[in-house]
Design a protein around this ligand. Sequence first.
Ligand SMILES: Nc1ncnc2c1ncn2[C@@H]1O[C@H](COP(=O)(O)OP(=O)(O)O)[C@@H](O)[C@H]1O
Ligand SMILES: [Mg+2]
Length: 291
Amino acid sequence: MSARVALVSSERGLRVDPDLPIAASALRDAGLAVDLVRWDDPDVDWAGLDLAVVRSCWDYAWRRAEFLGWAESVPRLRNPAPVLAWNTDKTHLRDLAGAGLPVVPTVWGPTEAGQLPDAGEWVVKPSISAGSRDTARWTDPAAALGHVAELTAAGRTAMVQPYLASVDDAGETAMLFLGGRFTHAVRKGPLLQRGEGVRQDRDSRGDLRAVDPTPAQRAVAQAVLDAVPDLVPSSVPGTEPPLYARIDLVTDDAGRPVVLELELTEPSLFLPQAPETAVAQWVTAVSAATR
Ligand SMILES: Nc1ncnc2c1ncn2[C@@H]1O[C@H](COP(=O)(O)OP(=O)(O)O)[C@@H](O)[C@H]1O
Ligand SMILES: [Mg+2]
């Protein structure tokens, strides 16, 4: 009997995630039975699946406790619940930095101008967010601190980073790993406009195109991926790499690649921009995880 796999999404994800049709049809061509489902659909028999793969659960950011509770309840989930719990809060960037990996310099919850990172422009974002919601770019330190205070008052953890100017020209480079192997890289354009403040309606996909990463980008992304099993609390050190991972790199003012985001929860895999070899590796990795 063919293995039964669910690609797990959300109401909106099922309608507009451009990865889903490509991901599903490639698996079906390989003989797997594929369901496209919402994580909050009470009628799904999670225990009856050989594998459930989190894909576009884009509403988790404002339903995080519910989402993580659901993840705990699914017997064969990738990425598994402990990875999701660790990864859905950007405070995990502290763990990466603590392991000696290059991360965009970040100050957590500053209350006065003297605590802001040394920069002429700042990005403020909540530690639990996706799609650049509640995120903004500021040139006025008082405005940046005001945004931090708003997030803090709402019980959220605020992060402040220098706005890295290279993003305006070079964008960010998404490094995709499937089944522990690097498969492809995609360049994403800048998302935050100077002066626009907080917006909730950004098209977080931006403009996308396939790129060849530099050896330095390859090395940093691989080092981050390799560090994950030892950093996730309650995962057994040295165990298998995540089924899917996206590491977003930007270039710092010294020209070095640094980590902007490590996405082990619901990264867009940019399959419409991916080479056929990447889709083939997706099938290989998912098939292996059903066994
Ligand atoms: N320090 C930064 N410098 C420049 N641009 C940034 C910085 N932090 C975030 N951005 C911009 O904001 C977007 C969203 O931030 P990100 O950290 O990727 O969070 P998320 O994608 O989870 O909302 C990025 O894609 C990038 O365009
Ligand atoms: Mg991002």
